[in-house]
Design a protein around this ligand. Structure first.
Ligand SMILES: O=C(O)CCC(=O)C(=O)O
Length: 252
């Protein structure tokens, strides 16, 4: 199974691709069962900020129940068709991203980030950038309307940030001297998803998570896939966006 030309073009243009109903229900059930069994054992309130920023149920991040969502579903062939067969690393670890309901007067502010830039809670050391090739999100629960813990992204910002880095360089970001570069942002897009939907997202697309004003917990997982040679071009990839996407016809 490979990405079609139309899907590839959408990924290149918009920076992301929504793949509907791509992960079979038995794999979703297995993942949810493992997560809920772990939640049933209880959590410490003091861990919530770190879990929210890094991963809930951390003992499951490398478990078959979670990793099979990628490796045993059609997503794996599709990911290899984008990055290259035998070229993907970091497929054996995922973030378990739960977004719990919040009070109805909570802020609806949406601020984009790109991953791998130091914050006090995300585990990335100051002065380093942990960029990668493709974010793969998998929905394990439904987000029917905006502000229900949706994955939110700003389409095409992979290019806006690349243009910013071409003009201003990447040193400030790499040295932790600058927060997110200031670029003109399009309207944010709240992804409305059903369990089993997945999204392929270019590393450099600005994204965030919307506050969850619904009555339900939002369940999701994120894999951060890297081309196996990523370290050799990790800074270059911030301006040459399709470095490490061996299966994608690179736009000129
Ligand atoms: O939970 C989500 O949907 C998004 C999480 C996020 O923005 C991130 O982990 O970088």
């Amino acid at each position: 199974m490979e990405l079609t030309e139309t899907q590839e073009q959408r990924l290149v243009d918009e920076g992301y691709l929504h793949l509907r109903n791509i992960v079979p229900q038995p794999l979703i059930n297995k993942a949810l069962q493992a997560i809920n069994m772990s939640l049933g054992k209880g959590m410490n309130e003091k861990d919530m900020t770190t879990f929210s920023s890094q991963s809930f149920t951390p003992e499951l991040c490398e478990s078959p129940a979670i990793c099979d969502l990628l490796k045993k579903s059609p997503l794996w062939d599709l990911a290899e068709s984008a990055i290259g067969k035998g070229k993907i690393i970091n497929e054996d670890r995922a973030q378990i991203a739960l977004r719990f309901p919040q009070a109805s007067d909570s802020s609806k502010e949406l601020t984009p980030h790109i991953d791998g830039i130091h914050t006090p809670d995300n585990g990335v050391p100051k002065g380093e950038i942990w960029n990668f090739t493709m974010l793969v999100g998998i929905a394990l629960s439904e987000t029917k309307v905006p502000y229900s813990g949706n994955f939110v992204l700003w389409p095409r910002t992979h290019e806006s940030y690349a243009n910013h880095f071409k003009e201003h360089g990447t040193d400030d970001l790499l040295n932790g001297l600058e927060g997110m570069p200031s670029v003109t942002l399009p309207e944010p897009k709240h992804v409305l998803a059903k369990p089993g939907d997945a999204f392929f997202v270019h590393y450099q697309v600005g994204h965030t998570c919307a506050v969850n004003l619904s009555p339900h917990v939002r369940y999701g997982t994120y894999f951060r896939l890297q081309h196996k040679d990523h370290d050799a071009f990790k800074v270059e990839a911030m301006t040459d966006l399709w470095c490490g996407w061996d299966g994608i016809n690179r736009p000129r």
